[in-house]
Every structure is written in C-alpha cells, then in structure tokens.
Design a protein around this ligand. Sequence first.
Ligand code: ABC
Ligand code: CA
Length: 474
Amino acid sequence: ATPEQWTQRSIYQVLTDRYARTDNNHSAKCNTTERVYCGGTYRGVINNLDYIADMGFSAIWISPITYNIEGTTGWGEAYHGYWQQDLFKLNSHFGSVEDLKDLSDELHRRKMYLMVDIVVNHFAWPGPANEVVYSKFATFDSASFFHPYCIVSDYDNQTMVEQCWLGDKNVELVDVNTEDSRVVSTFQGWISSLVSNYSIDGLRIDTAKHVHKSFWPAFNKDAGVFSTGEVLSGNVDYLCDYQNYLDSLLNYAIYYPLTQTFSSTTKNMSGLISIHQQIQKSCKSPKSLLTFASNHDQPRLAALTPSLALRKNALAYTMMSDGIPTLYQGDEQSFSGRSDPDNREAVWVSGFDKTAPLYTMIQTLNKLRSWAGRKESSYWNAMSEVVWNDSNALAMRKGQVVALLTNKGENMSLETVKVSNPGYAASTKLMDVVACQEAMVGQDGVLSVNMTKGEPQVFYPLDGLSWSGICQPW
Ligand code: ABC
Ligand code: CA
C-alpha cells in the first residue's frame, strides 16, 4: 500500500512472541526478566484479531520475521526477532510460512494492513566480535560483507553511527556493509520478493539511522510499499531529514515532549506545542509519520504515570494529531513495565479485556478519526493546529475535530475554559465523544466548556455524527 493509503490507517504494534499463543492459554506464564520465548505466534494473532479490529485499528506491525540466533545468549533468547542470521528463512518460533501467509490473508480479508518489521543494519552473533563465525551467516557468509569492528560510542558522530557496530560482547550486532554493491542488490531482491511472497503492505525499518541515507531511496522503491524508518532521535531537523529518503519515520521528535508533558501535572504545554509546530515546518510529510507514546524500547505510559487521566490525554494526542496513530500492545491494558525487558509483558495475561478504560477510549477515537475522514476527505490533509492553550491545556483542531487536552490530572478543580477560536460556526452543537456529552459554541463563536477530572475532550459537530455509531443512539 502507498503512503497516501497508510495515512488513513491506525496501527497496533504487536510483539509477536508476546501477543497470543496458538493454544490460547491465557494463564501461560511469561516472566519478562528471563528474556526467553513465551510462545506467541502468528496463529495466536490470527485467533485474536477481533480484539485489535474492534479497538478500531486497521493495521498491525509485527516483529521481524527472519531467522534469528537459536538458543540462549548473555541477553537471553531472540524472542523479539531483532537478531537475524538469515534473511531467507523464517523464525520458526512464530510459525510457518503458511501461518504467516494465513495471517496476511486474514488481515486482508478484514481490509486490514500488514506491516512487517525488518532489519537491514546488522546480523547478530551471540558472542564477542573476535569470535564471529561469518560462515554461519546465510548469504552474507564472509567478513567482506560487513564493516570492520568498532563500537558506536558517540551518537553525534554520524560516520561512526553508520559504520560501527551496535550490541556488545553478549550479542554483537555485526554491521552490514550497506555500501557494498553485492549487499545492496541482495537486499533489493530480498525485499521485493518478501513483500510479494507475504503480501506485505508496509515496512517498519529498524535502526534506519545506522545505515547511510543513500541506501534508502532505492530500497524503499524496490519494496514498493510504505516504509517507515526507526530513527531514534528527538532532534526535529535530524529526524525530518530522513523523510527525504524514506516515506515515513517513527515520530521520535514528538515522543519526548509528548510523554514528558503528559506524565507530569506541572509541565508547561509550550514545549509540546513548539515541537508540534517545528515538525510541521521541517518534515516533508507530517501526516505520514507514526505518532506513538510508547514502544518496546521505551517505558510504558503507565510506568511514566499511574494517572489514567494523564495517559488518556497522551493517547488522545496520538489519535487526533497529524500522523498515523500507533499504539504499542498492552498500553490499552495499562501495563506498566519500564525498560527493556520489563516493558514486553504478554498481552494474553490481560485476558484481552475489551472493557479496559483505555481500550474503550481508543476504540471511540479510532471510530471518530475514520468517520471524520469519511465525512470530509480533506481531514487527512489538514494539519492539526493548536488553536488555544494555557499552561496546562491545549485545544488542537484538525478538520472538524477539536481535541481539548490537559495534564492537570484527575485532582484538578473544576474549571471553565474558553476556546476563543475553535473554528466552528457560532451556535454549532458539538459532542465530546469521549464522555458522550454535548457542548455548544457560543453566539460569539467561543467554545466555553468545563474541564473536570483532567479528562481529554474531543469535539465533533453533533449533526455530523448521525449514522456514525458514536455516542448513539440518542
Ligand atoms: C539487549 C537486551 C537488553 C539490554 C541491551 C543492552 O541488549 O535485550 O535487555 O538492555 C534489540 C532487542 C533488545 C536488545 C538489542 C541489542 O536488540 O529488542 O532487547 O537489547 O541486542 C532498535 C529496536 C530495538 C532493537 C534494535 C536492535 C534496534 O527498536 O528493539 O533491540 O535491532 C539505539 C538505536 C535504535 C535501537 C535502540 C535500542 O538503540 O539507534 O535503533 N532500537 C540515543 C541514541 C539512539 C539509541 C538510544 C539507545 O540512545 O541516539 O540511537 O538507540 O537508548 C533523546 C535523544 C536520542 C537518544 C535518547 C536516549 O534521548 O534525542 O538521540 O537516543 O533525547
Ligand atoms: Ca550500519
């Protein structure tokens, strides 16, 4: 699928080993600190797709699918899938070729998209650099396919970031020489067949900033599908430049101010607003960035704040801002693991509870977002604009949707907010779809609403909601 098609989607990030098991055993233990396979499979995902689809997600991103280190290492097993050793074989822990094809088919039957995580930057070796046996790697079976050993010790040195090795003596991430023409052509052939064999709709490209930029345009083109790169940097200009080489990026620039702002009741909104605007100026296509508030490398939202109200606001931002909303599995169940490996809890232990408060809020916001786009196709191209703010609240407008977000938290005292320029006609009746509560624009065009308990409010014209199934029946 194309970037244009992806901008209208929302993505649920699945860690394949930790989503659902083939036996559907919800009481199977998964001790994250052990860093071992817990038994999640493609079959498990197939059997539990309703949970994702009913929350309103129209795409999933799954873990890397290629063959990885077998057995244990100083950092445990390759349950996350990032330790590949052979591009042309699957990681059988997650299932067979047939299983993966079935997952792809089942997603497409439901009109959902499949995004696959891929790794170009490195192959993995379970030991120190001087012990790497290159002949054990498939295709790239000699040292000549890799950069010579050196350590990425300075992330400000771009040559080092691109050519030295990540990892450590427990597991070296042997750095592929992506300037070598044999390597380039192998990857191009590989990605175009992978995409067609499994009918993949999009790619999430791991460690994208560790590969020279010039590699990406041809690769993205040969993949023939939407590709989003992981460039782990909070620096707007550094990040946005990569969008001149790849369709899309994980929006790490907004990630930091977003999570900082909504994990504290005192943080001023201005930092978030400023980065929000800078991204719109610097990035080639803000609407095709992935907007997220956590992932498998970062602390869970609930590790940053126990406050449900704050987390609702953070997630509402990811849903209603520019970009493709991307939710990390388990955040909707308020999982609270902090760093790797604690943040990789198995979703099945929640029993796939569809009544969890964040689950239902996200479900509503996914519905509203699709609905807004259906009513008015210009919604997808509209850049979200902060139309009002004070120190601890902001109102953000995109198309006909106005999201009023706050980090005041559940203990705030009741307050009346006056959004002077919400962009609706005078006297328009609105619905806050989060609480299913009506509001009305004043005759002067000002939107006055009460804020209570730190809840986010997301407004849409009431008339426009007929037949939407949102906050109905009346
Ligand atoms: C293993 C163990 C862990 C153990 C670790 C040392 O080794 O499992 O328990 O703690 C995979 C696995 C991991 C595994 C690693 C290494 O492989 O998932 O469990 O850790 O074996 C991607 C993936 C990630 C994956 C890999 C490797 C890469 O999403 O899951 O890890 O395939 C860097 C990379 C980034 C990478 C990330 C983990 O490390 O660039 O691609 N993620 C700075 C740097 C970043 C750097 C980051 C690391 O630190 O600039 O490049 O990311 O924390 C902001 C700045 C940023 C700055 C941050 C910290 O602050 O703007 O630049 O990031 O303000
Ligand atoms: Ca590299």
